[in-house]
Design a protein around this ligand. Structure first.
Ligand code: MN
Length: 498
């Protein structure tokens, strides 16, 4: 029962990779189908449906035949007892290594925090070695979430929670916005069942009503752009993902009135210049809301996201958010790191297999470092979750190097990020060439220069009140502990510390 040429898997694969080696994918399918024959999923379906679903997801994200084949084979070693040697003989080294990588990550069995940390560590290490292994793991997890109803409740909750806490933030860091949204929405009902029911019930009628209004608004936008010689490639509404809406509502005291991007309008135009022109056209037709214009083209988000965002009083005074971008930016926003495997500019598939620039994964090294430096597994887990969850900002050194820090970071965090000595010795900071206090919150795009006193060797414990990064906090605490243990310097009272 091999795949027919019209099978959705092969159709998706050919969309991004017209020259893909279809025979290889069919061979992988046949091999997996035979290996898993007789095995059933908890849902009662033949097992092959699971690796097939995972492979389909990767093909839809635009990944190539090597990844798709490895996804088809991802469980044959662990669940069907096929030796790696057999795989190597049939499929060669590259696919075998990918399957081996996924197998090593293993099935998550929760056995206390230590085992959990070990799993995480393995995930980060293999991601640093070859990020493709984790892409397969994502596809595997997506299908497991889709079929979660067949598992016992306790297991459901654990897998869903882990997806929200670990998988979704990692997908976000890899710039895979669409995948992140899907993972969160699948996990949401299992982790916050009541909140989910409340929100879904409340939101459905609003979205239907909104869609009707937007159809009219979008037609008007299309005419406006055409009249100004910026013919749009596409204009479409996109519903906000439910879980990210939920998180936003929590920030706004559950006030629906303040959420303007329940359904946002996405405009795709051919070039960057067209993006700015389209923004100008919108603003001359409708008044923009103050502070809602975001230029993520000139200043991309740390995960690489680019777009222009604006919120305007649109047709009939209704508030509407617009997102304007080129097709390349759109591709990046949806697929993130996976977009590296799409066509190159000549329309031929990429031949290099590991083509993700190292800087893109610098945050991974940071996570591994935190884990190494933590004094206990529980502390490491907390710090890593914190690092993964925080929103990030980009700031610059005076020589133009980009430093990626958590939101609300200060010059002290910046200094420690660069070097421990720079942190210990800093006395002041220039932000955009102006002297500023060390507790000043840095903004995206700031140029930061640290001023040091060479004779100074220890940090100020007051900095603990405002630092944001784990690294800065740890170095300052090290000194505070040292000071406390020496008699020369009396410990501060708890009142002073506060
Ligand atoms: Mn699997």
């Amino acid at each position: 029962m091999t795949l027919t040429p019209q099978h959705p898997l092969l159709q998706s694969l050919r969309r991004f990779h017209p020259q893909a080696d279809i025979d290889l994918v069919c061979l992988a399918y046949d091999f997996a189908e035979e290996a898993h024959r007789g095995q059933l999923r908890k849902s009662g379906e033949p097992y092959i449906r699971h690796p097939l679903a995972a492979a389909e997801k990767l093909a839809m994200m635009g990944l190539d035949e090597v990844l798709v084949s490895a996804a088809l084979l991802h469980d044959v070693v662990e669940d069907a007892g096929i030796p790696l040697e057999d795989l190597r003989e049939n499929f060669g080294g590259e696919i075998t290594q990918l399957v081996e990588g996924v197998t090593k990550l293993g099935k998550l069995k929760y056995r206390g925090v230590e085992r959990y940390m070990e799993n995480l560590r393995r995930m980060f290490v293999s991601m640093a070695a070859d990020v493709r292994v984790v892409l397969i793991k994502f596809a595997d997890r997506m299908h497991n979430l889709e079929t979660l109803q067949f598992l016992p409740p306790q297991k459901q909750h654990r897998i869903a929670l882990e997806s929200l806490e670990i998988y979704a933030p990692i997908a976000n860091r890899l710039g895979m916005g669409e995948l992140k949204g899907q993972i969160e929405d699948l996990a949401f009902p299992y982790v916050y069942a009541e909140e989910y029911r409340w929100l879904a019930g409340k939101i459905q009628p609003q979205i239907v009503e909104r869609q009707h209004y937007l159809d009219g608004a979008m037609a008007e936008v299309r005419n406006l752009l055409n009249d100004n010689d910026i013919p749009p490639i596409s204009i479409h509404g996109r519903n906000k993902h439910l879980y990210s809406l939920y998180k936003k509502l929590l920030r706004y005291n559950r006030d629906f009135e303040r959420v303007h991007d329940l359904v946002a309008v996405r405009i795709l135009v051919p070039t960057v210049r067209d993006c700015y022109a389209a923004l100008g056209i919108l603003h001359s037709a409708w008044k923009p809301l103050k502070d809602k214009i975001k230029d993520y083209i000139a200043q991309p988000k740390p995960n690489g996201y680019q777009s222009l965002h604006t919120t305007v009083f649109c047709k009939d005074g209704e508030i509407v958010e617009f997102q304007i971008r080129t097709p390349e930016m759109h591709d990046n926003a949806e697929f993130g790191i996976a977009a590296h495997w799409h066509y190159d500019e000549f329309g031929k598939p990429k031949t290099a297999r590991t083509i993700v620039p190292r800087e893109k994964l610098a945050w991974l090294d940071q996570l591994l470092k935190i884990q190494k430096e933590a004094s206990s597994e529980a502390e490491a887990l907390e710090s890593m979750k914190l690092e993964l969850f925080q929103n990030r900002i980009f700031v610059f050194t005076p020589t133009g190097d980009v430093i990626d820090l958590p939101e609300d970071s200060t010059p002290v965090d910046f200094a420690y990020h660069i070097h421990t000595d720079l942190g210990n010795r800093c006395v002041a900071a220039k932000i955009n060439e102006k002297m500023q206090a060390l507790h000043t919150k840095l903004q995206n795009g700031d140029v930061v220069e640290i001023i040091i006193n060479k004779s100074r060797t220890r940090p100020n414990s007051d900095w603990l009140h405002f630092v944001k990064t784990t690294t800065a906090r740890k170095h300052i605490l090290d000194h505070v502990r040292k000071d406390r243990s020496s008699f020369a310097i009396p410990p501060r009272s708890s009142k002073e510390l506060r």
